[in-house]
Design a protein around this ligand. Sequence first.
Ligand code: ATP
Ligand code: MG
Length: 201
Amino acid sequence: MDESVKQRHQTRMQRKKAVVDAAIGRATEQRGIVIVITGNGKGKTTSAFGTLFRALGHGQRVGLVQFIKGTRSTGEVAALEPFGESVDYHAMATGFTWETQNWEADQRAAEMAWVHAERMLSDASRSLVVLDELTYMLKYGYLNTERVLEAIAARPELQSVIVTGRAAKPELLEIADTISELADVRHAFKAGVQAQAGIDF
Ligand code: ATP
Ligand code: MG
């Protein structure tokens, strides 16, 4: 490669490093954060679980509430088993609304699941609490948005929370420190590929 090209690359990387180092220097605050992972694309729940396993890998204790539990068991929940007490886990008792088709039953199930979320959100020994598919509970009015946001706001200082699900309400986005929106650029399901173990559940 041309010497001048290499030189230009090195100069550019030096400048980049200065910018990155300055940004790292500015980030001095230590506190738990709220992460919202939303959008219509694939990767919300798997991203939340990736972070959960990351925390477990550091020997941290975590909490997980799944607000929609499908009829089949998932690989990600099965993989939590060896972590025992390090994981406080609860799944909402019913399937989801297009199966139960009963607002009141869903609402009651959501309320019951929320009690577990509240326990985790007040447990300072849990460094991360994942509230998987919580957005739908707010969207369908199964849970009171204000109450949910208050519990998240009142959590222990060093605890982080991840909320996943499509159509996150503006009020939820308002309190988030980090928001990622996955775009549905393409999905194999639409081309007729069946959901598969290890990829989709
Ligand atoms: P994943 O659990 O794979 O991270 P997700 O949490 O982003 O997906 P959900 O809306 O919770 O997506 O849907 C869960 C199921 O639907 C998964 O089996 C996933 O593969 C599938 N899925 C996700 N996005 C799409 C999409 N855009 N079109 C069709 N199916 C999808
Ligand atoms: Mg999901």
